[in-house]
Design a protein around this ligand. Structure first.
Ligand SMILES: NC(=O)c1ccc[n+]([C@@H]2O[C@H](COP(=O)([O-])OP(=O)(O)OC[C@H]3O[C@@H](n4cnc5c(N)ncnc54)[C@H](O)[C@@H]3O)[C@@H](O)[C@H]2O)c1
Length: 332
């Protein structure tokens, strides 16, 4: 058996370790927490779980049968190869400083969005560079071969439009979409929040500080991108629809399935190409619930081949913060 890598998780909340027991549990196929993924993965083990709230740390330790503490000093005993920071976004930078006060792992995995703003993200990158520690940011679709495969296809086709229908926050949820646009469509050019400018719908369905707004954007390789807000109290969803000169790609079922339809030149209604609905092909059915599996596969690859490019590092997270902060885009 090859070496197993130790993982410590800081922040035992919803993505760290403690989703409700009936949704995320040892042996369940829906892997929604870092603790669950590491627990199930043959190449990793949980070295320790840390939460500033003792009760949460204890509950997480009991659930995943491992060392737990409310004190970062446990890192010096558990000596993890990887530390995951899954504390609330406003604590990302402070949590990283606390980690480095006690231990230097080989890899830091920072939950997205990696700091509250571009300045904090830059600080996080700098601290990791100074320590000589690799930084992975968990925008999990960046590690997913199906979404990466789509990038290759999109580069070979002429992209006509892309639409996101979403809720639960322009920053919290739509930042995942901006990561995908950065990966798929080249350089970001412009974006406008048209909820503010033209009184289009806006919903405070996650938090009043992070409303779900109507946004239009332009990228180097996509002339029109629309983000359509739906009130998350009515219906939760995250769906993407991309039209090119050759295909329509629909990412449906909350990101779980990519469905591809060809644009066919055999005219049905006239002598012009149309999207052929009946010849659709399903690509995969568990894209988002596999998200953490792909992140850890990528981490394993980087231990095996240390010079491998990190699919979503500090620079990628910084680019997303910068799009939100561009003055003329008014996304904030
Ligand atoms: N990649 C994704 O798809 C995804 C999904 C959900 C959340 N997130 C990100 O993960 C982070 C955590 O989100 P969440 O929903 O799990 O939050 P949460 O509030 O459910 O959990 C955070 C946990 O961190 C603990 N904590 C707070 N400050 C701490 C500190 N300084 N040191 C140690 N522990 C501390 C809290 O007690 C809590 O248990 C956020 O940055 C969020 O953006 C990412």
């Amino acid at each position: 058996m090859s070496k197993k890598y130790g993982v410590s998780i800081v922040g035992c909340g919803s993505i760290g370790a403690l989703k409700p027991d009936d949704i995320d549990y040892a042996g369940g196929s829906n892997i929604l927490t870092h603790a669950h993924e590491v627990y199930m993965n043959d190449h990793f083990y949980i070295s320790s779980l840390i939460d500033k709230h003792k009760v949460k740390a204890t509950n997480a330790g009991m659930k995943w049968d491992c060392l737990c503490s409310n004190d970062y000093a446990v890192l010096a005993h558990s000596r993890p190869d990887i530390v995951v920071i899954a504390t609330p976004t406003r604590h990302h930078l402070e949590s990283l400083i606390n980690v480095f006060d006690h231990w230097k792992p080989e890899i830091i995995v920072m939950e997205k969005p990696c700091g509250e703003n571009a300045a904090q993200c830059f600080e996080i990158m700098k601290l990791c560079v100074v320590k000589g520690v690799k930084l992975f940011v968990n925008y999990n679709r960046a590690y997913n071969p199906y979404f990466m495969g789509l990038k290759t296809k999109l580069r070979q086709e002429k992209v006509l439009s892309c639409t996101l229908t979403y809720n639960r926050g322009l920053i919290r949820e739509a930042s995942h979409f901006i990561q995908l646009c950065n990966m798929w469509f080249g350089k970001h050019q412009e974006s406008y929040n048209i909820s503010e400018r033209f009184g289009m719908p806006s919903f405070a369905d996650f938090s009043p500080e992070d409303t779900t707004d109507c946004v239009v954007m332009k990228y180097e390789n996509c002339p029109q991108i629309f983000m359509i807000p739906i009130d998350g109290n009515e219906c939760g969803l995250f769906e993407i629809d991309i039209l090119t000169d050759a295909h329509r790609y629909m990412i449906v079922d909350n990101g779980n399935q990519i469905v591809t339809f060809p644009v066919d030149s055999t005219g049905t209604y006239g002598h012009y190409p149309t999207v052929k609905w009946n010849s659709r092909a399903k690509a995969d059915t568990h894209l988002s619930s596999m998200g953490l599996r792909f992140l850890y596969r990528s981490i394993l690859d980087s231990f095996i081949s240390p010079n491998l490019h990190i699919l979503c590092g500090g620079q990628d997270a910084l680019a997303i913060h910068q799009i939100y902060e561009k003055e003329e885009t008014c996304l904030h």
